[in-house]
Design a protein around this ligand. Structure first.
Ligand code: PLP
Length: 442
């Protein structure tokens, strides 16, 4: 038992204390330096100590920090909304600002339900999500998450009107004689089957991560999957929520990951990269018809939190957005992403315990398996991710290993999400340190 008064996530070990950060590196109180190759959990997309963001926060704090958004608006919130709407897919009309990803997902689910109440369709009461997904840890967001291990304790508290379909996970579900396109259509058609099973006219929304992050590790959908999803949602009057909390704000190589899918969602959630970890900030982008229905109906959001639209958090968001644009970082994400992919494939492509290497932009993962031949995961008792995280840190690397949404359905994975402004040498160092950790653990 540690002597800390903080109720840490792990009670059985003492965590190093971080004291400073610069670029992609963090330093602890014993002077150890870590290459932060995952921005924690894909958060720190500009690395640490970015002067533009630090200055924006200080400037806003000296003007005004907090004023309740049911009474007053503030300039940074308006400016950030304007930038996001300008950059968002057509049809997205307004933005609400929350304090993180789970809150953004809660707001999306509640707004979907409010929309159908406003337009006189109260029988639309189901949400469809996907197995092995992660949408957050508050009870609503956890209800739609398909992460068995995280749900286990709370089953009686979770919303009942949620159904799950399989994810689009080609490494495990694409048949050997199937093209990616045919697999994508088959995977998407599971949505239509579920809508019909629940009853056409009873489903409010479908929620999915364009690139599955925390649970499976950087799994993009195959081409055509989300176009088919959009068609199915349109056919049955179902709202499509794209959860871009992890893969949005440039992480995929475009500002929104859905830009690469040829389909426009009705609601988009973003968080992590939005303020790059400099402030807690999430956002919900909302389609025109939803805004119009509320304006013509009750005229008010039924949902809200005290810290919505916090001026300092939004000021950080504006500075991050401008840095991404003015420093040409989307281009950098694509360029460095190519280097990271090449490095991972060259180094681990034939590794006996690396079953799959996948990702997009600067979001990449290795799936670790006991047997490459039959893709057999390591047994639960031997799950590696905790050991991998500790070993990597001993080697001076921060990455985001995870695994175990449900026994036997997937291997452990190691997620990498370096900052958009990293240098090619950092990418080489990441591959090198992952190799060291892997050979120590396996
Ligand atoms: N949605 C997705 C896709 C996520 O990856 C996460 C966090 O990992 C969340 C929602 C929850 O975000 P937060 O941890 O900021 O509440």
């Amino acid at each position: 038992m540690s002597t800390s008064d903080v109720l840490h996530r792990q009670l059985d070990r003492r965590l190093p204390t971080v004291v400073s950060g610069s670029g992609p590196y963090l330093v602890d109180d014993e002077g150890r330096r870590y290459l932060d190759a995952s921005g924690g959990a894909a958060v720190s997309c500009l690395g640490h100590d970015h002067p533009r963001v630090v200055e924006a926060i200080a400037r806003q704090a000296s003007r005004v920090a907090f004023a309740h958004t049911s009474m007053l608006t503030n300039a940074p919130m308006e400016e950030l909304a304007h930038r996001l709407i300008d950059a968002a897919p057509p049809g997205i009309a307004r933005v609400a600002f929350l304090s993180g990803g789970s809150e953004a997902v809660e707001a999306a689910l509640k707004l979907a339900r409010q929309y159908f109440m406003e337009i006189g369709q109260p029988e639309r009461r189901y949400v469809i999500a996907r197995h092995q997904s992660y949408h957050g840890n508050t009870l609503g967001a956890l209800s739609v998450s398909g992460h068995a291990a995280r749900r286990a304790f709370y089953a009686p508290f979770l919303a009942q009107n949620v159904a799950h379909i399989p994810p689009c996970y080609a490494y495990r579900h694409q048949a050997p004689d199937e093209t990616p396109e045919a697999y994508g259509l088959r995977a998407a058609d599971a949505l239509e089957a579920k809508i019909l099973e629940l009853g056409a006219g009873t489903v409010a929304a479908f929620i999915a991560e364009p690139i599955v992050g925390a649970t499976l590790g950087a799994v993009p959908a195959v081409p055509g999957y989300f176009r088919r999803v959009r068609e199915i949602c349109d056919r049955h009057g179902v709202l499509f929520i794209a959860d871009e909390v992890m893969c949005g704000m440039g992480r995929s190589g475009t500002l929104f990951a859905m830009e690469q899918e040829g389909a426009v969602p009705d609601l988009i959630t973003v968080a992590k990269g939005l303020a790059a970890g400099y402030q807690p900030l999430g956002a919900l982008l909302v389609g025109q018809r939803i805004v119009e229905a509320i304006a013509a109906g009750s005229g008010a959001l039924a949902h809200g939190h005290t810290y919505m639209g916090h001026a300092i958090a939004c000021a950080a968001g504006v500075a991050v957005f401008d840095a991404i644009r003015e420093e040409g970082l989307l281009h950098n994400v694509r360029r460095l992403g190519g280097l990271l992919e090449d490095g991972l494939r060259a180094r681990f492509g034939q590794h006996p315990h690396v079953g799959d290497i996948r990702g997009r932009g600067l979001l990449w993962a290795l799936e670790l398996v006991e047997s490459r031949d039959d893709k057999r995961p390591f047994p639960r008792a031997a799950r590696l991710h905790a050991a991998f995280k500790e070993t990597a840190m001993r080697h001076g690397l921060i990455c985001y290993p995870s695994g175990g949404t449900a026994d036997g359905l997937e291997g452990d994975h190691v997620l990498l999400a370096p900052p958009y402004n990293a240098e090619p040498a950092h990418i080489e160092e990441i591959v090198e340190l992952v190799g060291k950790a892997l050979s120590t653990v396996l």
